[in-house]
Design a protein around this ligand. Structure first.
Ligand SMILES: NC(=O)c1ccc[n+]([C@@H]2O[C@H](COP(=O)([O-])OP(=O)(O)OC[C@H]3O[C@@H](n4cnc5c(N)ncnc54)[C@H](OP(=O)(O)O)[C@@H]3O)[C@@H](O)[C@H]2O)c1
Length: 303
């Protein structure tokens, strides 16, 4: 690597599989771009990318990753921080290393902590992208949350049928609330860091449901090919996209070739095209944003 050439530094989670892997491939084709990626397993990453271990199911691992990134950066700053990793379970019964419901812990809490630790190391005019989902919105997905109770999300009483999907859509609501809280920080505004919550839309062919049983995966595939296809005739949000296009769009958003109109932070990919709808009513609620921020800080042990 030629250290004399000024380089755009990209730090990313969730670049080893699914749409994130496609996004990373696009980003890696950009000249003078240094990529640092958090990886929990042995996923394939583009040549030249710097790999640092990261398991979002453990807050210690998140802290170690953030320390390693800042050590490795030295005086360099992060230009683009892409928090894309995500998971979904069939029920909300699994727990993280810290005892929190796994989907909430991986999708929201770990990324909240990571952003808190890394935003101070971002460059002025940098870009923070958090992958959310249109499933956060009851207007799109009827099971999406209509109220927010962070402690209940962290410690749900019971799992059971449908609890995994509900935990997932709640975690994606948390991503949107968190993105808006970061966008409102004085430090972020003063340093003109753009914050974007990106929804790739329903995307087939990724490994998001990999932890589900074979029978459940077959049921979901059947649902997508039948019911969703029918619903998609009058609700474009239900038209299934490809990981290639969703990944390309994530790269465009991350690189700043697609930006939301001034004052907006939510980009939702619908039929492969970026749209800029309002997030759900709850996602726009200031009390919900503040409460999630406060309670998440307490859960990860920072101010
Ligand atoms: N697919 C959809 O329909 C859809 C729709 C809306 C939003 N999204 C969002 O898009 C993002 C990518 O989803 P995808 O569909 O591409 O899923 P995917 O194929 O399962 O990819 C998920 C990525 O997250 C990483 N990851 C998961 N758990 C992790 C952990 N504990 N520690 C570190 N990394 C972890 C995975 O790493 P490994 O390679 O190690 O597994 C992988 O790189 C997610 O945030 C998801 O919520 C997806």
């Amino acid at each position: 690597m030629d250290q004399a050439t000024p380089q755009r530094v990209v730090v990313m989670t969730g670049g080893t599989a699914g749409l994130g892997a496609h996004a990373l491939r696009h980003i890696a084709t950009q000249p003078d771009t240094r990529i640092i990626i958090g990886v929990r397993g042995s996923g394939t990453v583009p040549r030249g990318a710097e790999v640092i271990p990261l398991d979002l199911a453990s807050l210690d691992s998140v802290r170690d990753f953030a320390d390693a990134v800042t050590r490795q950066l030295g005086d360099a700053r992060i230009d683009i921080l892409v928090l894309n990793a995500g998971m979904q379970t069939s029920n909300a019964e699994a727990r993280s290393a810290d005892g929190y419901e796994l989907t909430f812990a991986v999708n929201h809490l770990a990324h909240y902590l990571l952003a808190r630790l890394l935003v101070p190391h971002m460059a002025d005019h940098g870009r923070l992208v958090i992958t959310t989902s249109e499933t956060h919105d009851p207007a799109v997905t009827p099971i999406a949350p209509k109220t927010l109770e962070p402690r209940t999300l962290a410690h749900p009483g019971k799992g059971g049928f449908g609890s995994g999907v509900r935990a997932y859509s709640a975690s994606k609501l948390c991503n949107l609330l968190t993105a808006q809280s970061f966008a409102a920080l004085d430090e972020v505004k003063a340093r003109r860091i753009s914050v974007i919550a990106f929804s790739p839309g329903l995307t087939g062919g990724t490994s998001l449901g990999r932890d589900s049983s074979r029978a459940r995966r077959m049921f979901v595939t059947l649902l997508m090919r039948t019911v969703f296809r029918l619903v998609g005739l009058f609700r474009p949000e239900y038209v299934m996209g490809t990981p290639e296009r969703s990944g390309e769009a994530l790269a465009e958003v991350s690189l700043g070739t697609v930006t939301p109109p001034p004052g907006r932070i939510y980009i939702s990919l619908v039929k492969g095209q970026p749209t800029f709808p309002d997030p759900s009513e709850l996602a726009r609620n200031q009390d919900a944003q503040d409460r999630l921020w406060r309670e998440s800080a307490a859960m990860v042990g920072i101010e």
